[in-house]
Design a protein around this ligand. Structure first.
Ligand SMILES: NC(=O)C1=CN([C@@H]2O[C@H](COP(=O)(O)OP(=O)(O)OC[C@H]3O[C@@H](n4cnc5c(N)ncnc54)[C@H](O)[C@@H]3O)[C@@H](O)[C@H]2O)C=CC1
Ligand SMILES: O=C(O)[C@H](O)CS(=O)(=O)O
Length: 486
């Protein structure tokens, strides 16, 4: 992708979008954006000042007053138009996504579809924000429960799903009648700005959906220190989520936190091994292992351990690492050198503590941001990868003996976002599904994402749910009216 070709993409914007206006930083400062495959800087984005973030909050507040007064049908229609425009511009959005995040183009196109599905889902839900009535305590008295939008909301989003993590939040917020200010990851701003172009074209009033860029800590401080902002939705690392939650305490802002994970993937001896391997590949290598719901540890019952490892190694050998724009590539560069070092660290730590290398190249960091898929086994609970999110293409297998041991091993982590297991014993499926400490459990399924489902985790994986009607309710407040008999 040449820079001249890039500048011909109408969705490629290098300014922030606030109140319907495209703006630069008032002091002219910018942040470089590079392509993870080559390291080439291909664009810049503004680094807004604190005063500009404050101005965005004021703009979003004014827009909220008008937006909440629209009818649910009007909000639904605009969300649906936004959905249609996102799909109509699928190819160009995917090009921007592969350029800035690196994922294979086909996977980027798939993410655009996934992102659009949240806009459709919340367009449909927008007309179902219901209240309720409750019998009063006295004759003639009635309790009326209203469900109202919380107001101005903010979203701080990660680089791994530059489109879907925005529409999963903005779709819900706007359907509820809120306005939103989004700060995308510094590494992946262009997908977010493309969504802003299309939101404007869909007829969303100025200030309802705003995209700002700049120094993360500064922007986070301004957004969480404002009494006008009534909710923050964050997806990213647990460390940053913990910090932001503390900052939101000042004005009791609502928070939704989608944080890190360490998903166990359990294969019982009664599993269909071929299906288990299919599920393992879908869970582990989606986005080159850079998702919060990726299998981080494979727990395999000892009697099928060797067969599973052999099948998994054979499936991994078919993966193809390369530039996301190359046809047939299924594994792309990691987002940056820090991500490469984390995979190296988890691999080295595991081998130092007794793991065995099975297949794939040793992650030695010699290929820039590219890391070959690698398989190890004989993993044990004392290894870093059992307690930290690897976020890369390292498949780590641990044999186990009993069902109870598998459950204990699976739950022995600070995280609790996703978990997976394969078994054809229906009674075991119920026992294990109920025992796993996670917000999402894939039962004989490795691909679990769905806009209709309440996505979220427990323990260090976060608070709240996104997607589903539950995700919309997170952007509302309940108020009850006690109507006296008069
Ligand atoms: N649960 C998930 O979906 C994700 C988990 N992660 C985990 O986090 C690790 C680090 O990845 P990062 O992208 O660096 O995640 P991160 O948590 O540092 O960044 C996520 C978002 O938070 C912003 N941010 C960072 N520090 C902030 C602060 N002090 N105040 C306000 N905003 C701030 C970033 O600009 C970005 O928009 C990954 O290796 C992975 O383990 C990362 C991305 C997504
Ligand atoms: O942050 C992530 O990794 C995503 O939430 C995972 S998913 O929702 O795209 O499955």
């Amino acid at each position: 992708m040449s820079l001249s070709r890039l500048s011909s993409l109408r969705l490629f914007r290098q300014q922030c979008h606030v109140g319907g206006t495209w703006v630069d930083a008032e002091d002219g400062s910018t942040i470089e954006v590079d392509n993870p495959a080559s390291g080439e800087v291909f664009g810049r984005i503004p680094s807004l000042t604190a005063a500009q973030v404050e101005a965005a909050i004021d703009t979003a507040q004014s827009a909220f007053i008008d937006w909440r007064a629209r009818t649910a049908q009007q909000r639904a229609d605009m969300l649906l138009r936004w959905h249609d425009l996102v799909l109509a511009n699928r190819e160009d959005i995917a090009i921007l996504m592969t350029l800035e995040q690196g994922k294979p183009l086909a996977e980027a196109q798939g993410e655009v579809d996934y992102a659009a599905s949240f806009l459709r889902w919340f367009a449909e839900e927008a007309r179902r924000v219901y209240g309720e009535t409750i019998p009063g305590a006295k004759p003639g008295q009635q309790i009326v429960v209203l469900r109202q939008p919380v107001g101005v909301t903010s979203a701080i989003t990660p680089w791994n799903f530059p489109a879907a993590m925005i529409t999963r939040k903005a779709g819900a917020a706007l359907a509820a009648g809120c306005s939103m200010i989004v700060k995308p990851a510094e590494a992946t701003p262009y997908t977010a700005l493309a969504l802003a172009v299309l939101a404007e074209e869909a007829g969303l009033p100025p200030g309802v959906f705003n995209v700002i860029t700049g120094e993360a800590k500064l922007i986070g401080q301004v957004l969480t220190a404002s009494p006008v902002v009534r909710k923050l939705s964050f997806t990213g690392s647990t460390a940053v989520g913990r910090q932001l939650m503390a900052q939101c305490a000042e004005h009791i802002q609502k928070v939704s936190l989608e944080l890190g994970g360490n998903a166990p993937f359990i294969v019982f001896e009664d599993a269909d091994l071929d299906r288990a391997v299919e599920g393992a590949m879908a869970s582990k290598f989606r986005n080159t292992g850079q998702t919060c719901v990726c299998a981080n540890r494979f727990l395999v019952q000892r009697s099928v351990h060797e067969a599973f490892v052999d099948k998994l190694a054979a499936a991994m050998a078919k993966l193809r690492l390369g530039n996301g724009f190359e046809p047939g590539v299924t594994q792309a560069p990691l987002i940056n050198q820090a991500a490469v070092r984390k995979v190296q660290q988890h691999y080295r730590d595991a081998l130092d503590k007794g793991a065995r290398h099975v297949s794939g190249a040793v992650p030695d960091g010699a290929q820039g941001n590219f890391v070959e898929p690698v398989l190890i086994t004989e993993v044990n609970p004392g290894m870093q990868l059992c307690h930290e999110e690897t976020f890369g293409p390292l498949a780590a297998v641990m044999p186990f003996d009993t069902e109870q041991q598998a459950i204990e091993l699976a739950n022995a982590t600070p995280y609790g976002l996703a978990a997976y297991f394969y078994s054809r014993d229906v009674h075991r499926c119920w026992r294990v599904a109920e025992a796993l400490e996670a917000g999402i459990v894939g039962v004989n399924e490795g691909a679990i994402s769905n806009p209709a489902a309440p996505f979220g985790g427990v323990k260090a994986s976060g608070l709240g749910r996104e997607g589903s009607r539950h995700g919309l309710e997170e952007y509302t407040e309940l108020k009850y009216l006690c109507m006296g008999a008069g």
